[in-house]
Design a protein around this ligand. Structure first.
Ligand code: ADP
Length: 486
């Protein structure tokens, strides 16, 4: 019954391109027969069919044009006109009446065929569009299923409309279509060490703000106890009127990468711990060797051992940086707080660094007696690193200008050099772990790209901020700020 109703209802058949010939043919013929029976047997007036016939057949033409396209409409129109001629013939129209009837029928024929043509064409065009769209959808679905990353697509309210198999395998569940992602997480998900809130999901962000969000990392605790690290990006989909109609999210499994990173971090941590002790002893031995050589007055040996000491100190700095990076990664870098005069600290550092950088002039201007509350040793490390970089990346004989200013409730230290400078697009990245500018000129300077990362983390932990201003080729000015202790 339902199938029959579906077949009879032209709306449910939109997008179906099976057009029948027999159905309009027999229905029209049957209607004509019924009308004839109505006229001859029921009302017993042969001319009574005229008006009802016009309405019945217009209805049939519209219905069949919509049900079976142009063909259905034309079949019904042709049969209707044939029936009209049959009426004229059987009702014995003569003279003027015959002429009038033929003219009216011809006029109706034109109207019926135009009506059938227009409605049939509309129906066929709609079918064509629907088929094309569903083909498009099927193609899209096939592509999405084949992708090596997880994909979720939601409507503009956050209801899931499409998910690929890759995502289900990645998360170890079957994500239900129709689930609303703004209502909560489907599984135990952690974001930045805390249970993920729906607002953290890039999809929700994309729907709420209309802007894409790239590369947010989550940890998913699967039902089978497997921990999966995922990286999620999402983007809203706008229609031609710039209204959000959907959102799409791409999910990458980065577990292998994370585990690899973890192993690498563990290795660096263990290796640097193991290296620290022998290096410290080496330095002590070299120091005692230097004092002994001094008593012999042997200049050449003193110079050689002095060089060994320099190299050991470089090695020591490297190992300490490696350890710091590793501690920062694991959150094990501890900070102590004390009040100290930052201007005095800067002077102290400049004194030490100026001795080893004889070809540069480090100038400290705008000294202010400012007291900050921070980790003195770590701030010492930051300033040393920034001035050492300024020395490293500038040319012989150039000045390095250090200033200390008070801005609002902050002490702002700047270290300016007139060296190679940093291109705009690199300026954010140099504060990332192990990032070095990939330029032949810069490559000639030794380094591991850890100093600025450590400095940034130290400043952040001391409630300050760090940034750089620079023009390539003209030098760079690094700034950092710390809250002033009143
Ligand atoms: P490293 O100096 O050990 O490579 P850093 O983290 O201190 O590591 O610096 C990262 C990168 O930033 C450097 O490799 C260099 O490319 C760039 N950089 C840092 N300071 C300066 C500066 N004063 N002038 C130009 N480039 C700089």
């Amino acid at each position: 019954m339902k199938r029959l109703l579906g077949y009879l209802n032209p709306i449910t058949r939109l997008g179906k391109k099976e057009y029948s010939i027999l159905f309009p043919f027999f229905t029209t013929v049957l209607s004509a027969i019924l009308l004839e029976m109505y006229a001859y047997f029921l009302v017993k007036d042969a001319d009574a069919v005229g008006l009802p016939a016009i309405f019945v057949f217009i209805g049939l033409i519209i219905y069949f044009a919509f049900h079976d396209g142009i063909r259905g409409g034309f079949i019904t129109s042709a049969l209707t006109i044939g029936y009209y001629f049959y009426i004229i013939y059987t009702r014995h129209h003569q003279g003027e009446q015959l002429k009038g009837s033929i003219e009216t029928t011809g006029f109706l024929a034109i109207i019926y065929f135009i009506l059938a043509g227009v409605i049939g064409w509309l129906k066929q065009t709609i079918d064509e569009l629907i088929v094309r769209e569903s083909d498009e959808r099927r193609r899209l679905q096939a592509i999405i299923q084949q992708l090596p990353v997880g994909v979720v697509i939601t409507d503009n309210k956050g209801k899931i409309v499409m998910v690929n198999k890759r995502l289900n395998t990645m998360l170890g569940i079957k994500i239900p279509i129709g689930f609303n992602i703004t209502k909560g997480a489907l599984m135990d998900t952690t974001y930045k060490g805390k249970p993920a809130h729906t607002q953290n999901f890039p999809l929700v962000h994309a729907l709420n703000t209309g802007k894409p969000l790239v590369g947010r990392e989550f940890i998913v605790n699967r039902k089978d106890k497997k921990r999966t690290y995922i990286q999620v990006s999402a983007s809203p989909i706008h229609n031609s009127e710039n209204k959000i109609i959907a959102a799409a999210s791409i999910i990458n499994d980065i577990t292998a990468q994370k585990e690899m990173e973890q192993r690498k971090d563990d290795f660096v941590n263990i290796a640097s711990h193991e290296l620290k002790t022998p290096i410290t002893s080496m330095k002590l031995y070299v120091d005692s060797l230097i004092s002994r050589i001094k008593t012999y007055n042997d200049e050449r040996s003193l110079k050689t051992v002095g060089n060994i000491k320099n190299q050991i100190e470089k090695l020591q700095k490297l190992v300490n940086d490696l350890l710091d990076v590793s501690r920062l990664q694991t959150g094990k870098l501890v900070f102590t707080k004390e009040e100290f005069r930052i201007d005095t600290l800067i002077e102290e550092i400049i004194d030490v660094l100026q001795d080893s950088a004889v070809d540069k002039k480090i100038i400290f201007t705008k000294k202010l007696p400012l007291v900050v509350l921070a980790d003195r040793f770590r701030i010492y490390q930051v300033i040393t690193n920034l001035i050492t970089n300024a020395i490293k990346f500038s040319n012989q004989g150039e000045r390095i200008i250090v200033t200390l200013q008070k801005q609002d409730n902050k002490a702002v230290v700047s270290i300016q050099d007139f060296g190679i400078g940093i291109a705009k697009e690199q300026q954010k990245k140099i504060f990332e772990r192990l990032y070095q500018v990939n330029d032949e000129k810069v490559k000639t300077f030794p380094g591991f790209g850890m100093g600025l990362y450590i400095s940034k983390e130290i400043i952040k932990k001391n409630k300050g901020s760090i940034w750089v201003e620079s023009d390539l080729g003209k030098g760079a000015t690094f700034y950092f700020s710390l809250p002033i202790q009143k």
